[in-house]
Structures are given as structure tokens and as C-alpha cells.
Design a protein around this ligand. Structure first.
Ligand code: ATP
Ligand code: MG
Length: 419
């Protein structure tokens, strides 16, 4: 993509009312646009990152047998009444609306009840189980506080998977596989080293749920981490009895601020009982389906990456989710520089390397460097009169302070491309 064609522009200042680092950097760099408090749009650069994150999640969900769907955002009141969740005192983040004929509807906060109802049309027998179904779908939540940029918003895409099993044993086997898939996701996205599986409250049906919490001062949760064991306990369930039951010792636990990037939950038969999702066992008995739910917020993940991996100059994207692999900067208006930079752009494209080509002619070198640091693409290549005189192109990683001059063969090697 040519930067001269990109409709977004970097900004020197972020909106005055924005207090979170992730929103400040993402707005200034042109990844997102603030529509109102807690509501953001994704722009071309931001959408590329979001889609990269989604694709990593999708691969891991498919690998554990997930089947992708999209459920509707408009939901009937009757869907949520059997579990008492239409009630605003039970679910306090509803956006509700009405049809012209006054029928009440809700904008999806989550989809447990909706998918349970739908699956009644498809699950009848033990032969239909287990099934694992997921989506990337928009949730609406009327959050009270929305001061954490894209980490806590009122409209966001969630990956939510629901598991349908014949009994607790079958459920537990999948639940353990989902933990591994989640670990892979956070590792591949570049925050595995800061993310801990965390024991949290489990509601009515299991002792604990498991949250995946990433350590950051921007987080709103407090967790206690045993770094040697690589596990944590959320403050909401942190007490002597819980520590003992988990084989943890108070003196090993370190208090940290963290953000919940994902969460897996045993639902048991709460929804299947309430909504009548039953199946015939091999013995011919009728039984409620045993369920679990598994959420991740790709946008919250993107915000978290910005919070934990940026520096004073801007964002530092991990290669796996970066909007482009290479930022190619053409400096100065020299005709030969234009020819060489364009040629390199074509060659990289031919090798399927994703390149943002800063071909702008009315922007000086200092501004191009500053924009490049702000946008945070992993590799920066500079083509200038000087680099050509020195024998080629200057290449450096975003995380390095100084680059080096390389010829085209060395450049390809540096980027790990076969000639
Ligand atoms: P929190 O306690 O932070 O409000 P939650 O328990 O409400 O989170 P879930 O309902 O389990 O979250 O949602 C699953 C995932 O969706 C979360 O782990 C998080 O990644 C994401 N998520 C939840 N709420 C938001 C939000 N308001 N904005 C962005 N992402 C969110
Ligand atoms: Mg919430």
C-alpha cells in the first residue's frame, strides 16, 4: 500500500479527552477513530491488525474443532427470560430497543442463551455431541466506565465459542484443550510472557472460571501471581482457603494490575436446563447438554499490545499482528531514489511481503521517521540518495536504534525471503 494514497494521516496531538495510552497512540497513528466515549471505528491500518489477531484466534479455534458462524445482534426478550438475564438488575449493561409494534428487543450483550436456543434445532442425540461453535460477532454493552481506550468499549467484536458436550468428563477434556489454544493465541500475538492463567470466580456451577490476565498498569483488575508456577489468582477469590486448595503459598504471590484478555467458563446445564436443550443418551434417557463458554476480545487484545509494547516514540507491533511487515521510506525528491524505491516496492510485493510504502513527496525525512516510529511496523527500510551512494538500502528493526546499509541480497536475507 502506498502511504500517499492512505486517507488517514498521523496526528501530533490526540483528542484532549483521551486519557489512555492505547487510544492516544492508535488515534495519533491513524489506526482508530473516536466516535464518542467508549465507541471507536477501525481505520485501514487498525483493521489490518484486528484481522491479523482474528485470524490467529480463528486458526486456534479451528484446530480444536471449532465451527464458525455469526449469530444475530438483535435478540428477543424471550430468549433471555428463562435464565432471568433480561432483568436489568441481573445484567446491568443492556442496550434495549423496540420494534414498531412495541415488541422488546435487546442488542446482544453475549450469546449463551441465543445459541442454546438455536442448537435445539440441531442437537437431539448423543451422536450429535460434542459440538464446538464460535463466532466473531459484535456485542453491545452499556459499560459505566469507558476510560481505557479500546480495552473497554460499548460496542466490540468478541470471539465467543460455546461447547456442547454429553457430560462433565467430555466437557473437561475440551476445557483443557481450550486452555492450550488460548495459551497459543496469546503467545502468537506477542503477550504470552505477560499473560497468566488466573483462577477467578466461577459463578454457580463450578468452583472457578479461568481468566487470562495480562500484566499492565492499564488493567482494571488486581491479580496475585506465582511466577514460578505461572499461574495467578484474581483478587475477587483471593483468600487463604483458595490458596490452600490450589497448592499456592501467600509468600510466593505477587500483586499486579492486569487486564482480562480472555476468559473460559463452565456453564454446566444452566442454559440447557432453562431453555430445554436436551439429547437422548445411548441408553435412551433424556439429558441436558453440558455447556461451556470461551471469550476473547480481539480489540481489547490490540489495545493491550499497545499498552505493553510501545515506547516513547510510538507503537511496536509484534510481527505476527503488524499491519505491514515492512515500512519502506523514500527520502528526498531525487529521480534515482524514486526509481530504486519503487523498484524495491514492486520486488517486495512480488515476494508477497506486506509493505507500506511511504512515497509521499511533500513530507520531510524527520517527519517520515517520526511517523514510522509512531505507526510501529517491525522493519524499516530507507531509500535515500545517501543510502544508494553507500551501496543500497538502510534497514533496521523498529526496536533497534540504528540501521545498517545492505544490498538487495542482504536485504532479502534480513527479511527471511528466498531470492
Ligand atoms: P470485564 O470483567 O473486563 O468487564 P467480562 O468478564 O465482562 O470482562 P466477558 O463477558 O467474559 O468479559 O467477555 C469475554 C472477553 O471479551 C473478555 O475477556 C474481554 O477480552 C472482552 N471484553 C469484555 N468486555 C469488553 C469491553 N467492554 N470492551 C472490549 N472488550 C471486552
Ligand atoms: Mg464486563
Amino acid at each position: 500500500m502506498k502511504q500517499s494514497q492512505l486517507f488517514t494521516k498521523t496526528k501530533k496531538e490526540s483528542p484532549a479527552d483521551e486519557i489512555s495510552l492505547n487510544a492516544e497512540l492508535l488515534i495519533r497513528a491513524g489506526f482508530i477513530n473516536k466516535e464518542m466515549a467508549g465507541v471507536y471505528s477501525y481505520l485501514p491500518l487498525g483493521l489490518r491488525v484486528l484481522k491479523n489477531i482474528e485470524n490467529i484466534i480463528r486458526e486456534e479455534m479451528n484446530a480444536i474443532g471449532g465451527q464458525e458462524i455469526i449469530l444475530s445482534s438483535l435478540q428477543e426478550k424471550s430468549t433471555w427470560e428463562p435464565t432471568n438475564q433480561w432483568d436489568d438488575s441481573q445484567v446491568d449493561v443492556w442496550f434495549k430497543t423496540k420494534l414498531k409494534n412495541d415488541t422488546e428487543l435487546g442488542l446482544a450483550v453475549t450469546h449463551e442463551a441465543a445459541i442454546t436456543k438455536m442448537m435445539k434445532g440441531f442437537i437431539n442425540s448423543y451422536r450429535d455431541l460434542p459440538k464446538f461453535v464460535y463466532q466473531f460477532q459484535t456485542k453491545f454493552r452499556n459499560e459505566v466506565r469507558a476510560k481505557s481506550g479500546i480495552m473497554r468499549v460499548r460496542e466490540f467484536v468478541m470471539k465467543d465459542l460455546y461447547s456442547f458436550c454429553k457430560d462433565e468428563e467430555e466437557h473437561n477434556a475440551f476445557y483443557e484443550r481450550s486452555k492450550e489454544a488460548y495459551k497459543n493465541i496469546f503467545k502468537r500475538i506477542g503477550i504470552g510472557h505477560l499473560t497468566y492463567i488466573t483462577f477467578a470466580s466461577g459463578g454457580m456451577f463450578s468452583k472457578f472460571s479461568h481468566e487470562f490476565q495480562t500484566i499492565t498498569g492499564a488493567g482494571e483488575d488486581i491479580i496475585y501471581v506465582d511466577e514460578n508456577k505461572g499461574i495467578a489468582v484474581n483478587k475477587e477469590v483471593y483468600n487463604d482457603e483458595v490458596l490452600t486448595s490450589l497448592g499456592l503459598k501467600k509468600e510466593d504471590m505477587v500483586e499486579n494490575k492486569a487486564v482480562e484478555v480472555g476468559n473460559i467458563f463452565t456453564l454446566s446445564t444452566r442454559f440447557s436446563d432453562a431453555l430445554g436443550l436436551k439429547f437422548k443418551t445411548e441408553e435412551g434417557d433424556e439429558k441436558s447438554v453440558f455447556m461451556g463458554s470461551y471469550g476473547i476480545g480481539p480489540g481489547r487484545l490490540m489495545g493491550t499490545v499497545v499498552e505493553v509494547l510501545s515506547d516513547s516514540k510510538g507503537i511496536i507491533w509484534p510481527e505476527n499482528i503488524a499491519p505491514f511487515k515492512v515500512h519502506l521510506l523514500m527520502l528526498g525528491g531525487d529521480e534515482n531514489v524514486k526509481i530504486e524505491a519503487s523498484k524495491l516496492y514492486e520486488e517486495l510485493n512480488a515476494k508477497n511481503i506486506e509493505v507500506l510504502f511511504d512515497d509521499r513527496v511533500d513530507v520531510n525525512a524527520g517527519e517520515k521517521f517520526a511517523d514510522s516510529d509512531l505507526i510501529g511496523i517491525p522493519y524499516r527500510i530507507v531509500v535515500s540518495k545517501r543510502s544508494l551512494a553507500d551501496g543500497g538500502f538502510e534497514i533496521k528493526k523498529r526496536i533497534e536504534d540504528t540501521g545498517k546499509i545492505v544490498n538487495i541480497d542482504e536485504l532479502f536475507e534480513f527479511l527471511g525471503i528466498q531470492k
